[in-house]
Design a protein around this ligand. Structure first.
Ligand SMILES: [Zn+2]
Length: 326
């Protein structure tokens, strides 16, 4: 465990060369966009979202540091309005998690429903799942900056069970809840898990390399999804990036935002993202799981839908090669 008291200290450690690695930020090489591409490359727009608040400890920050650092990093990044998908069932009277959630709203971000206890639809009944949705809705009701959006835990919208999928879709509509889908994922939760394992095992991690891996993976994933969307819809919808309320997000989201901007992306609000026409589409697929653009592509029989680094074997190997220093 590395105890760091502030973002300033983190940056200082970065400047003095935390551990020993020199920064080696390798931007992914982009294939040139063909001239006949129907949509201009300049209209790449993206919004940010964070799941699982309040989430357990990571490998780097003290419990109260993460939200402070995250709010500060979002401000530095020029991310005016991110969406936080809350699991109120994890809030207890003996912690300050409710204040943390309130601090996100006070900083201009919006709050939405991720079930109270993070139920996975594939492994629970529709009835129990909806009880979990309603418990979260009750907690969120009347909170400042609440939005009537619902994000499926594990992005599982019913998997292969169409009856279940349709029953939940209908029930969400009856409750006035819109599917708070994502379109860009690079499994920050798994990188966080690998960092925790390394920390517990006493392994040394290269902080700069971890930042570079995080930033590079999300940037690549955003461009992957942009390309998939253009191939699928012949237009560029606003992308919605999925992050979690993790140490990694708090430490690196401003670096990620800077890399996205440098690559031609414009950061927009979560409200703007969910006004995109894809917000009103309901893909009819054999396997209702994953990002909205993956599902829309599946519906239209478009191939190459999965971003490689969401494969845990790939992610684990990259983490071991680039971040671990033992
Ligand atoms: Zn979640």
């Amino acid at each position: 465990m590395i105890a760091l008291s502030s973002r300033g200290l983190l940056l200082l450690l970065l400047l003095v060369g935390f551990l020993y690695a020199a920064p080696r930020f390798a931007m992914p090489v982009e294939a040139p966009i063909a001239e006949e591409t129907a949509v201009s490359v300049s209209n790449k727009r993206i919004a940010f979202s964070f799941d699982d608040t309040p989430r357990g400890m990571g490998a780097f920050l003290e419990k109260d540091e993460r939200p402070r650092l995250l709010i500060e990093a979002l401000e530095t990044a020029g991310i005016e309005q991110a969406a936080f998908f809350i699991n109120p069932g994890r809030i207890t009277p003996s912690d300050n998690d409710a204040e943390i959630v309130a601090s996100y709203a006070a900083a201009g971000h919006v709050l939405a429903n991720h079930t109270a206890h993070h139920s996975k639809l594939a492994s629970t009944s529709v009835e129990k799942f909806l009880v979990d949705v309603d418990e979260a809705a009750e907690w969120l009701d009347g909170k400042p900056n609440f939005r009537p959006w619902f994000r499926f835990p594990h992005l599982d919208e019913g998997s292969k069970d169409k009856a279940k999928r349709d029953a939940v879709r209908k029930a969400l509509k009856r409750r006035g809840l819109m599917n708070g889908y994502v379109t860009v994922d690079a499994s920050d939760w798994y990188m966080e898990e690998l960092a925790l394992q390394a920390s517990k095992a006493g392994q040394t991690m290269d902080w700069n390399a971890l930042r570079d891996l995080f930033v590079e993976s999300y940037l690549e994933s955003a461009n992957f999804s942009d390309d998939l969307a253009r191939r699928t819809l012949d237009r560029a919808p606003v992308q919605m990036i999925l992050l979690h309320d993790t140490d990694l997000a708090a430490m690196f989201v401003d670096d990620l935002a800077a890399a996205l901007k440098k690559d031609g992306w414009q950061i927009v609000t979560a409200d703007e993202a969910y006004r995109d026409p894809i917000a009103f589409m309901e893909p009819d697929v054999e396997f209702a799981d994953g990002t909205r653009i993956q599902m829309l592509a599946a519906e239209r029989g478009i191939g190459n839908r999965w971003y490689m680094r969401n494969d845990q074997k790939v992610a684990k190997k990259l983490f071991a090669e680039r971040v671990l220093r033992d």
